[in-house]
Design a protein around this ligand. Structure first.
Ligand code: BES
Ligand code: ZN
Length: 836
């Protein structure tokens, strides 16, 4: 077949006992033809001018990795590393080349050995290496075809500088109390940065085992995913740590660190050794994290009924870290403020954040590490679940933190962005590294988690838990997609359901995924795809007429009203399967109904004075009460508000006002008042430099950014760009805070425009900080001129080839602000005049 792609889904029966080496194959879709041999003319050009034999962004699946032997030697003085690896691969289909990811690495040598060569200790055959940087790929050309079903070993020597930013294998620095600056080397790979540290099959589906060796100086220690097996002395006084081989895992979860950190350790009930590492001067701030991680690890092992499979778990506070934390298997890395707790300066909300982040990353050890999404389009399976599990675990381990409220707030937060037309569906195609990076947003995390919470409420906690355990066990050490989750949840009936007639499988022998809900057949998949494939949030409009309850659903769009000309078009083809719940004045019962059509009518079992929808705000929908609905609820609240449950009252306020967001931190306000005088501001800046508490530093930085003096704000930005006193990792939150200050709004925006290229030297375009900088300095604008200015700037970036989804979100937000002002300015003016 010439130049066509025939997709084969291999139906290999996967039994780990009979065919362990082939088992992996069943998860791959294979393209059966060798693109290169059939039409070499249409291929991209490698850096040396030769045709590069692969044109897709995703790797071919003819060759898959089984095991990596990785040796790394970072030099923390010259700030570079030399490394080598041996990848054992299985050839599934005859081919003449191996494509690997590699980004910014200098490949010195590549050789290949067959199993026979290895057996007879024959040295490797040198391979030609081609490089195609646009796709961050290299091609290893083999002199003779690699044969199907055989294993080969690919050896590669390579080197690079330790990266300057926050991705790949990068350097991070910290200052000791004595004023000395020290350097450490650390990895951060998710989603596509393992390729910056070693050539690899850098896609989540290519799971393999990793044996890691790190060479270091004796003043340092080395950490990796697994415990150390031995240390060998090498020439020049160097030491080499060998780590145990990992379980089967994706490349983005590999991690190693060379540092001089101190630690505290404890043992979980199951015997897993848990350690918290921080720079030596911050050692005293590690104790809360140890307590919390031991409690949470115990919780998860019990809850999932699946052991954490590694012998140890390290949690490390990294001085320079781009995101909040990263769940590397067995070696979780954190921003210092996400792990360290200083009882003297940290507040209750700091403690809550540390607990939340630990709970999140530990949940990933199951959701994400043990079972990984097939591809990044379903990253919500990782992030949504980890966010949902925060709720389940923290509620049990730290009930006093009242995590329910935080979770509800997360749902309200994401509703804000999901009710803009520029929102996106939970599952969305993502191919390029930029598109993949953009998937790590509130929709994956918060909407994902809120949908899972809604589904749990619909199925009952017990059935939901059974279903997710089924999913975790079935897909352990493998990859899964949305549909796999839905079918595991459908197959999770309690034994009693088959006889009791609740809502579950109608027949235990059936192989379909049907549940019986209120005597009707429903499928979890049918319900949930309406939530994951459509963007946005529904509005349920309810009208009570005697014992009739009329329901209607429409798409809710913030700032777009029924009488707007675009309303109709924006509603087209939107329909959700909404698990509606309601309570009434006449009983404590929770009534349930699955609204699958645009309109529906229900009969209330008895006469009732009021109806409240969305019990405990568990549903991902907004409710509007027509006719006297709102009045009746207001009357109840006035008469005896305790007749409605607390989360129902919160939900009513949210739905009525479309916002709630949180009493601000008192300490922050106190510092901000202090920052208004020059002496106070200078004093706070000095304290900022001296403070060892990240939590306190955050508060001081916020206070400093509220100054009315522009020259002070400029100084802060300069310090942030310099990266010494104010670390570059904090530049995004600094610019965000300055843009919230009326004296800083224009300043922050001008800075971003004028220093765009300098910012890009520090952060990747699609990185989280860059997206915060873009939206933080623009989305509060509310005039047509400002809109035009921002639009022109984004267009100029687009013509340079940089496009981000956030551009569209910002433009829509500003348009909405303009519209809101146009509509409300006269009455606001009026109101202000009256109140004066
Ligand atoms: N897996 C993410 C880290 C990550 C974020 C990788 C963005 C790639 C891109 C990690 O589990 C995570 O979600 N971290 C959060 C903290 C969490 C408590 C919400 C973060 O970094 O903000
Ligand atoms: Zn996460």
């Amino acid at each position: 077949m010439v130049n066509t792609h025939r997709k084969l889904i291999l139906n290999i029966y996967c039994s780990a006992i009979i065919l362990p080496q082939i088992c992996i194959c069943s998860q791959f879709t294979s393209s059966s033809n060798d693109q290169y041999n059939e039409n070499p003319g249409v291929f991209p050009v490698a850096t040396n001018g030769e045709p590069f034999p692969w044109r897709e962004l995703r790797l071919p699946t003819k060759v898959i990795p089984l095991h990596y032997d990785l040796f790394v030697h970072p030099n923390l003085t010259s700030l570079d590393f030399v490394a080598s690896e041996k990848i054992e691969v299985l050839v599934r289909d005859t081919t003449q080349f191996i494509i690997l990811h590699s980004h910014g690495l200098e490949i010195m040598n590549a050789t290949l050995q067959s199993e026979e060569d290895l057996r007879y200790k024959k040295s490797g055959e040198k391979l030609t290496v081609l490089s195609y940087p646009a796709h961050q790929q290299i091609a290893l050309l083999v002199p003779e075809k690699l044969m199907a079903d055989l294993r080969y070993s690919v050896a590669i020597d390579f080197q690079a500088k330790l990266a300057d930013g926050f991705e790949g294998f990068y350097k991070s620095t910290y200052r000791t109390l004595g004023g000395e600056t020290r350097t450490i080397a650390v990895t951060d790979f998710e989603p596509t940065h393992a390729r910056m540290a070693f050539p690899c099959f850098d896609e989540p589906l290519f799971k393999a085992n990793f044996s890691i060796k790190i060479r270091r100086e004796s003043r340092h220690i080395a950490l990796s995913n697994m415990p150390k097996v031995k240390t060998i002395e090498r020439e020049g006084g160097l030491l080499e740590d060998h780590f145990e081989t990992t379980v089967k895992m994706s490349t983005y979860l590999v991690a190693y660190i060379v540092c001089d950190f101190a630690s505290v350790s404890g043992t979980a009930s199951s015997g897993v050794k848990v350690s918290i590492y921080a720079s030596p001067d911050k050692w005293s701030q590690t104790h809360y994290a140890l307590e919390a991680s031991l409690k949470l690890l115990d919780f998860y092992e019990n809850y999932f009924n699946i052991h954490y499979p590694l012998p140890k778990l390290d949690l490390v506070a990294i001085p320079d870290f781009e995101s909040g934390a990263m769940e590397n298997w067995g070696l979780v890395t954190y921003r210092e403020t996400s792990l360290l707790f200083d009882p003297k300066t940290s507040s209750t909300s700091d403690k809550l954040w540390v607990t939340k982040v630990i709970a999140h990353e530990l949940a990933h050890q199951w959701f994400g590490n043990l079972v990984t999404m097939e591809w990044w389009n379903d990253i919500w399976l990782n992030e949504g679940f980890a966010t949902y599990m925060e709720l389940i675990s923290v509620n049990v381990t730290y009930p006093e933190l009242q995590f329910d409220n935080i979770f509800l707030n997360d749902c309200f937060e994401v509703i804000k962005s999901d009710s803009l037309n520029s929102s996106r569906p939970v599952s969305k195609q993502a191919e390029t590294p930029t598109q993949i990076q953009e998937m790590f947003d509130d929709i994956s995390y918060k909407k994902g988690a809120c949908l899972l919470n809604m589904l749990k409420d619909f199925l009952s906690e017990e059935k939901f838990k059974k279903g997710i355990i089924h999913y975790l066990k079935k897909f352990s050490y493998r990859n899964a997609k949305n549909d796999d989750l839905w079918s595991s949840l459908s197959n999770s009936c309690l034994e009693s359901d088959f006889t009791s007639g609740g809502f579950c499988y109608s027949d235990s022998k059936t192989t379909s995924n049907t549940l019986t809900f209120l005597e009707e057949n429903v499928e979890v998949k049918d319900i949930m795809t309406t939530w994951t494939r459509q963007k946005g949030i529904p509005l349920v409009v309810v009208e009570q007429e005697g014992r009739l309850l009329k329901l209607r659903q429409e798409r809710f769009l913030n700032g777009v009203f029924r009488d707007d000309p675009e309303w109709g078009a924006l509603q087209e083809r939107y329909l959700w399967h909404i698990p509606v719940t309601y309570s009434t004045s006449s009983s404590n019962a929770i009534h349930r109904h699955l609204l699958t059509s645009k309109t529906d009518t229900l009969y209330l079992p008895e006469k009732t004075s009021w109806v409240k929808l969305n019990v405990d705000s568990n549903g991902y929908y907004i409710v509007h009460y027509e006719a006297h609905g709102w009045d009746q609820l207001i009357a109840v609240l006035n008469q005896n508000h305790t007749l409605l449950r607390p989360k129902d009252r919160i939900g009513l306020i949210h739905d009525a006002f479309q916002l709630v967001s949180i009493p601000s931190d008192v300490l922050k306000i106190v510092y901000s008042v202090g920052a208004q005088t020059t002496e106070g501001w200078n004093y706070l800046l000095e304290q900022y430099g001296l403070s060892l508490s990240g939590a306190e530093k955050n508060k001081i930085l916020y206070a400093l950014s509220t100054s009315k003096h522009q020259e002070k704000l400029i100084k802060l930005i300069d310090l942030g760009m310099e990266g010494k006193v104010i670390k570059t990792q904090d530049l995004a939150s600094l610019l965000y805070a300055i843009a919230r200050n009326p004296k800083g709004q224009q300043l922050a925006w001008n800075f971003v425009k004028e220093n765009w290229t300098h910012l890009l030297e520090r952060f990747e375009l699609s990185s989280f900080p860059m997206r915060i900088i873009i939206s933080g300095t623009t989305s509060h604008f509310s005039s047509k001129d400002e809109l035009q200015e921002v639009k022109l700037f984004f267009e100029s970036l687009q013509t340079q080839g940089s496009y981000l989804e956030i551009f569209q979100i910002v433009l829509e937000t500003i348009s909405k602000n303009i519209k809101w002002l146009e509509k409300n300015l006269p009455s606001l003016r009026n109101w202000l005049l009256i109140s004066i």
